[in-house]
Design a protein around this ligand. Structure first.
Ligand SMILES: [Cu+2]
Length: 105
C-alpha cells in the first residue's frame, strides 16, 4: 500500500513535466546501512529511486529538510528532482548513512 501511495503522488506530479522531457530514473540502493552509490548526478525532472535491500527501514532526508523519503525494508521510494543544486542527505534512523544528489538544470 505504501508503494501505491508513492506512485499516486508521482502520478500527480508527473503531469507537470512535459511528456517529451519525461525524466530518467536513477536508482540508489540502500544496502548494508549505506547508500550505493553515495553520489548521483541527475537533471531537473529526473527521478531518484531508493531501493531498500536491508531488513530495516531507511529514509533519504535532505539535510536542509526540503525533502524526506521513507523506505520500508524491501520497498522502494521515488522522488522527482525539481530543484537544481547539491543536496546532502542522510537517513534519519542511521545518521552515519550519508549521500549526495547533484541536480543539474
Ligand atoms: Cu537508515
Amino acid at each position: 500500500m505504501r508503494r501505491l501511495a508513492i506512485l499516486a503522488v508521482l502520478a500527480l506530479e508527473v503531469p507537470g513535466v512535459p511528456a517529451s522531457s519525461a525524466g530518467a530514473t536513477q536508482t540508489v540502493a540502500m544496502k548494508g546501512i549505506a547508500y550505493e552509490p553515495k553520489q548521483v548526478t541527475v537533471h531537473v525532472g529526473d527521478i531518484v529511486e531508493w531501493a531498500n535491500q536491508d531488513i530495516v527501514a531507511h529514509t533519504a532526508t535532505a539535510r536542509d529538510k526540503s525533502w524526506d523519503v521513507n523506505v520500508l525494508p524491501g520497498k522502494a521510494g521515488r522522488m522527482v528532482m525539481k530543484t537544481p543544486g547539491r543536496f546532502d542527505y542522510i537517513c534519519r534512523y542511521h545518521p552515519n548513512m550519508t549521500g549526495e544528489i547533484v541536480v543539474e538544470p
